[in-house]
Design a protein. Sequence first.
Length: 703
Amino acid sequence: MTDPEGTRPRDVQQLLVFYGITPSVAQPLRKHSLRTVDGGRERLRWLEQQRAARGPERDDPAVCPPAVPGQLALFPARRSLPLKIVPRILNRPLRGYEDVVPITAAYAAENGYSKPWLRQLQQMVRLILAVRDAEGCALVPGDAIDDLQYYQVAVDECLRRAGMLGPRRDPGRPRMSVRRRPAVEARPPRPRRETPAKSCADCEAWTTGVHGARCPACRAWRATPALHPVGTCGRCRRTDLPVNADQRCRGCLVALAVWGPDAGARPVTQLWLGATRPPKAPSAADHSEEALTAHPLLAGQLTLFPTRRDWSALVLRPTRELPPLGESAQAVMDELADVMRAQHWSENTRRAAAATMRVLLCWLGADEAIPEQDVYDLVKCDSHLKAKRVVQFLEPRGLLAPDPERRADRDERLIEELLGKLPGPIAEEVRVWVQVLRGEGSREHPPRAFLGIRRYLDAIHPTLMDWAGTVTSLREITTDGVTAAIATRKGNPARMIHVVLRSLFRALRQERVIFRDPTRGLVFPGIKILPPSVPSDQLGGLLDGARTAVERFFIALVAVHALPGTTIRGLQLSWLDLSAGTLTTGAGLLPHVVLLEDFTHQLAADWLTERHRRWPAAINPHLFISQQSALDTTCRPVSATMFRKVFSRVGLTMEQVRQDRILFEARQHADPLHLMRLFGLSDGPAMRYVTAAHPERTMKLPR
């Protein structure tokens, strides 16, 4: 003691102070709240609970007072939930807290967290459960966890495992900003010390990367004496160098790799400057190969022998080795860059289209139209090139020579494939029928599309193949043969065969290919099939399963206005008038005008907004476009697959939903004229729907 005489007794632990020894903080001899276990100290929970019971009750009514279950807040507000207010509610009974405690312990054990971390996590769980009771909710609101000061992710996961986490009440609610320490001003980087250029003692390369006597690569060779023992190089005859199993030093190996095996007979090596390995020198093969020269297409020049170009050798060369662009070719490249920028092409598409265009213009020039066949042959040699966008850019500018084989109608090609499978005489007779359907017969009539002809041919192709095994010409087919062919099918397929065979033999009789029509006088009874009703639960889930604005608008046009899929795909953007609330379908003398109610009108407005946002520079005039058809210069409509999957998710088809809508309207109004005006039907389908909806009104009375 410094002054024992003047010190009076006090109820404190005695403290001894010795001069020259650093004083330490006084500690009690016994700590009742801790006990020694393997690995350190452990808190005595029972002692803490007794002390908490003897102390004041920790249930402050001012902190998150419980509300009536189910009560709604008048003014929702953000809460500040720091860790320091948890002791004020330690003794508050909270529903479900005891169930979450083992889950928090398991979570801490999985991630290897300490016991103090687990204790604070449980305190934050207690705090968020108090917020749940204060909100009057059965589950913890998902957005309330954002107000916690710490452990937001851990609390979210533990409550999710315990089944106590509810949905977010406001998904767009911003998260509470977390206080962060002020950023410390970054220390300026230390300037890199420039080492003077000098020569490596082993490979003799002059560079600034040499620290000490040798470059890093040579030091690595020196550090592995088992692989590179010190000896004499068999090429340069230098001693005290690490060599490999072939008695070559590192410098000679690099020289041989660059200059080729012929350099092994020369014991000298070129001086290297600026790098620890020499630059690649041109080989003998490179010297003997002539530089690339362009072969531009000359205006008006004719082809003597049409051949296909092999672009594989040109694609493998780097861009710097391509022939330079001329003035006209450079102008085309500049125009392509402007188009890509105006139409908002993606970066990958821009790079691929520019590379494809550069190779074509460097080799063929821009003074004559580039064959379309060459564009696709070039793309086949490199998967990183694009042909479709390049073709769509060149064609409207007159710089593309179309390929007749590629431009042929897809259905026309399929028809030729089907005809090629038939024997010669029968194939020629069927081809005459195809020409008649196309309006090229002896009698003038409107041509039928290749799509309809292909469907006709698909229906009777198995029948024609069966006949080809027994007859050599369609002249040998009799009425019994036609009847037997129809009998192989039932229902609508049988009726389809009858209709197509009747068209086939009538056309051949008209063109005087056959002497008589075997289908004459053959009557096929009509098939009356009532359209099935669609369950209401499937219709209810149809719109809920739509994921985009275009799918919702398409469903409304089918399920509300009963428009066919082909009609919807062919709609033009100019046919939609939102100001008048109308949509005109079809073209011709009698177009059908659809009046859009509020629901469909809003869906149409949503789709137009989405369409303009995604494709502001779209050139396709159709109302429905996709990523593939938005910038398509051929202005083709979207594929049917784009919308067919919308209905298949709930086990329906587009035609089922359309028929159910018309049938529902027919049950409400037994007037075929009403159906014709509302859905644009003709008189025949309108009468069939009315008959299906009200069969009692169409029964024939006995005489």
